[in-house]
Design a protein around this ligand. Structure first.
Ligand SMILES: [Cu+2]
Length: 187
């Protein structure tokens, strides 16, 4: 699915693992849950001549806490670019860790190719994202195979309900840029 070539010799894991506070106290009642937004930050590519290229794209925040049943919005931070991104739930043990695994992200293909117009063909200009939400299991984000995508100004934002029960920890990845990874803690 990847668009910008993974030419990076050195990939900066820029995922600042900040945790978002999701409980907003309401006057005279128990704390009230609020929705959460995850943005894609894209600080572009930095080159060091004859040395390396670093592609700086990351989820912000990469680690979120959200009450079960609340909504999660995924959108561009800043101006939407033509660079597509996904938030794809995968099993923790399937997350790519090494450069080789990231270069050849089999789990990305397995869990996110359903976004494509033709899931059986490689992504490209004639086989772009056509399905913005993939659902496996129950409705909403509750386990591997659930995935949402954004691409350009026409699809700059998408919202999904996190339906997994409290106590669940979901791991997600951008299938286009597999070094982009994060965690959803359902409370
Ligand atoms: Cu991405």
């Amino acid at each position: 699915m990847r668009r910008r070539k993974l030419i990076a010799a050195a990939i900066v894991a820029a995922a600042a693992a900040a945790t978002v506070a999701v409980l907003v106290p309401a006057a005279g009642s128990a704390p009230r849950a609020s929705a959460v937004t995850v943005k894609v930050m894209d600080l572009g590519t930095k080159y060091t001549i004859n040395r390396s290229a670093t592609d700086t794209m990351y989820f912000a925040p990469a680690v979120i806490s959200i009450p079960s049943g609340q909504t999660l919005t995924f959108e561009y931070g800043g101006k939407p670019s033509s660079e597509p991104h996904t938030m794809t739930i995968v099993p923790q043990e399937a997350l790519p860790r090494t450069s080789a695994q990231i270069d050849n992200c089999t789990v990305c293909e397995r869990y996110a190719s359903g976004h494509l117009k033709n899931p059986k063909a490689p992504p490209g200009p004639t086989n772009d994202i056509a399905h913005w939400t993939l659902n496996t299991g129950g409705a909403g984000f509750d386990g591997p195979g659930d995935s949402i995508a954004i691409e350009g100004p026409q699809h700059r934002s998408i919202t999904v309900q996190v339906s997994a029960p409290a106590g669940t920890v979901l791991h997600f990845i951008c299938a286009v840029h597999p070094w982009m990874q994060g965690t959803i803690k359902v409370t």
